[in-house]
Design a protein around this ligand. Structure first.
Ligand SMILES: [Zn+2]
Length: 437
């Protein structure tokens, strides 16, 4: 009897998602449509977007936003799609405008052309062999989350391309959230700013993002992986460049003149500590690293570029000191080679800002729980578009999409992944409205 009353009280106070009217098109159908459009971005281009074809999806999403009654829809010259879903609260000004962002491009690492998405209905467990390249196997021992997806419909590519779940899942989930809100005016929410961005995979697209004009006070990127994963911490990142200045001359007449910068550069690299906790290949979790990743060498001038990554600014500073001490050691050994060290900021750990706005993560956790998913706070050993936006004054943690194995042919998502993420998003805008009363 007691349980009955508890349930009754719950039903009265918690809006029941299962009673909402369905969207006009499911998240899965939207997703299958978006992945057919090739939006692969390209490295080292001078334009944003880096590839013109990203406009194909941008224009399609712009049209769909208009059809759903979203206001102020526009596709900018940089291929960024903006829109505003007006709130329906009695006093809209009480609730902050919350933004949501998904990116349209797919990784340059693997082709995203002619994606042939396959739905593996009612997944029974075990390995999934992709039909058009049998060497591509989504193995259950390497993908522990597959265990949680038995009975689900799993969506993969056919083994010849990536799927594009990263981040067309986010695009489909956001669009379906808007659709559900339109069909269900009883769901109360404040203003919701929407954006779809190009060139997330190659960086640079987000630099063109017009934060003020968009109007969100807080935002979320919908670009994470496994159901429940919420991220409010990324690396703090710097990139160091060490330049070794030698002196070149014709090798036939070089005696007493030539100073070959390559030897100093080689010495510098050989002085890197060769054990944990300094390298990406020996670290995980919260442990940062220094990582030489690119070099150009001639007798006259050699340069080595080095990533510096840590979650704490003090850790970044300590790693810079380490690099400078290695430079000093090489400089002492090669006094005729002038060595310059410089470093620049890549992005800041978003936690440096988000610690002042804990409600963003708390509400996301609550929205996830209401969808019946166990939330998990996961560190990102990388950066997101949200790191950039957070550093520019728009606090932006990252939410899951249900996707797995990004940037490769083994990428997958599932019906439940797409639907539960959408449900979480609907919950989240409601929670912001509830808390703003
Ligand atoms: Zn992504």
């Amino acid at each position: 009897m007691k349980l009955f009353y508890v349930l009754l009280v719950l039903c009265l106070f918690v809006p029941v998602y299962s009673q909402t009217k369905p969207p006009t098109e499911s998240a899965v159908d939207r997703f299958l449509r978006y992945v057919k459009i090739d939006t692969q971005s390209a490295e080292d281009q001078n334009t944003v977007p880096s590839t013109k074809k990203q406009f194909d999806l941008a224009r399609m999403l712009g049209k769909e936003l208009n059809a759903l009654g979203v206001q102020n829809v526009r596709v900018s010259e940089f291929g960024i799609v903006y829109g505003m879903v007006p709130g329906n609260l009695p006093n809209n000004s009480q609730a902050p405008t919350i933004g949501f962002i998904a990116h349209m491009d797919t990784s340059p690492a693997v082709s995203g052309a002619n994606v042939n998405a396959i739905i593996h209905k009612n997944y029974p467990g075990g390995d999934i062999v992709l039909p058009n390249d049998k060497a591509q196997i989504i193995a259950d021992d390497k993908n522990p989350d597959l265990n949680n997806l038995k009975g689900d419909d799993i969506i993969t590519a056919d083994g010849t391309t990536l799927l594009g779940s990263d981040d067309k899942s986010g695009c489909a989930e956001l669009m379906t959230m808007i659709d559900i809100l339109k069909q269900n005016p009883q769901i109360k929410h404040g203003n919701i700013a929407i954006a779809f961005t190009p060139d997330e995979e190659v960086g640079g697209g987000i630099d063109k993002f017009e934060i003020e004009k968009w109007g969100a006070k807080f935002a979320y990127t919908v670009d994470g992986e496994q159901l429940g994963d919420i991220s409010d911490e990324t690396w703090s990142a710097r990139t160091a460049t060490v330049t070794f200045h030698g002196k070149n001359t014709h090798p036939g007449t070089a005696k007493g003149i030539m100073i070959n910068s390559l030897y100093a550069a080689g010495d510098f690299l050989s002085n890197f500590p060769d054990n944990a906790p300094n390298r990406p290949e020996t670290t995980e979790g919260r442990v940062g690293f220094v990582h030489p990743y690119s070099s150009a060498m001639t007798e006259e001038t050699s340069t080595i570029k080095i990533l510096i990554r840590d979650f704490d600014l003090s850790g970044v500073a300590a790693k810079e000191e380490l690099l400078k001490s290695i430079v000093a050691k090489t400089q002492a050994k090669y006094p005729n080679v002038k060595i310059d060290y410089e470093s620049k900021l890549g992005y800041l750990n978003m936690k440096e800002v988000l610690k002042n706005f804990p409600q963003l993560t708390e509400y996301a956790i609550e929205a996830t729980r209401r969808a019946g998913i166990t939330p998990e706070i996961r560190l990102i050993r990388g950066g997101t578009d949200g790191s950039n936006l957070t550093a520019r004054g728009l606090p932006t943690p990252n939410l899951f999409t249900g996707g797995h194995n990004f940037h490769g042919k083994l990428e997958f998502n599932s019906r439940r992944g797409l639907e539960k993420t959408t449900e979480t998003l609907v919950n989240l805008v409601q929670i912001w409205a509830e808390k703003s009363k």
